[in-house]
Design a protein around this ligand. Sequence first.
Ligand code: DOR
Ligand code: ZN
Length: 428
Amino acid sequence: MTTLIKGARLYGEDPVDVVLKDGVITSVGEHLSVPTAEVIDADGLIALPGLVDLHTHLREPGREDTETVETGSRAAALGGFTAVHAMANTDPVADTAGVVEQVWRLGQEAGLVDVIPVGAVTVGLAGERLAELGAMADSAARVRVFSDDGRCVADPALMRRALEYVKALDGVVAQHAEEPRLTVGAQMNEGDRSARLGLGGWPAAAEESIIARDVLLAGHVGARLHVCHVSTAGSVEILRWARSRGVQVTAEVTPHHLLLTDECVEGYDPVFKVNPPLRTDEDVHALRAALAEGVIDAVATDHAPHAVEDKECEWAMARPGMLGLEQALSVVVQTMVEPGLLDWRGVADRMSVRPAAIGRLPGHGRPLSPGEPANLVLLDPAARSVVDPAALASRSRNSPYAGRELPGRVVHTFLRGAQTVTDGKAVK
Ligand code: DOR
Ligand code: ZN
């Protein structure tokens, strides 16, 4: 099958034509014509490499009522993604070769994005014994990212051991940085507002103390560390210091931490309850600047679907987490591109190139050049729309962007040359 894309602005540059054949980009240039090709008019559309998410909760196995590999894959494709890492906090936990292979196979069957399972660091996420990291790495799922996300690997000796193992596997530990002893009863960012609202505080130091500890451990072991959902200005300072010392540490920020603050908590609507919590204006500013600078490497969604009964309830009872896949690119356009903090090449770097490199994913995050796999997204930067949770492909409805107008619309997504999204609609 051959596709001819007419007049796409690659990385926001001048319009060119692109030919996709047999899953590969075969030519890029002006006035191309291929008689038998399907033609896509990309007038006004920007082309980026297919987006890669390092942090997606797909809820299968175990909570298929809130998301499945298939529904989450559809949400991802609609968001412009061609690969997502599926977090391990499923039921059963993805802590064996059997479970990661099952998730990987379900992703293949859905066929909308490459679903890359994350393996748990510890058995059952219990933080006591290391899981079978080597068997997961050697399995068909080719696991390279290991995380107990949802929980912190709190024991420093176990964390050190995990770093030693992943080093031998060319893998990385993705840490959910939260010192559990400091967040007992935590409900929101700790500060004046938590005191006034009467909700338990989640102090910045609970995140920062773990990051500080872990960059020291990663430096000592000589292993790769990735920090999930960085949320505070202080964390950015620690990361900058660690990188200046040559520690192999990478980090991600979520779309919601780039856009929203703890002011959202004022109405006690649990759709804004998330872990780590929404922080302050100063934190948001520091996170945007760090992403622009590259001290934070990647945007990762932390897409966290939850059932209505777990979100439309009293704040303290609600589960933390929010949807992110379908609006991630729009939020980055609003918070980073429109204010001039990141150009389109920068978006490609932070949402595709670097996440693919961190996850050691061959075939993703590649340049839009002849000979490369045809994984790409075409978006309309000028389109604006109001988010309607009822219209989302996700099986859950807990979008923090409900009713918000956001810029940018994903029009087409291609996975190895096949359209997974056409005219803003998933093909299956
Ligand atoms: O808000 C969150 N939700 N943070 C996490 O770390 C886990 C996630 C979930 O699984 O719902
Ligand atoms: Zn987490």
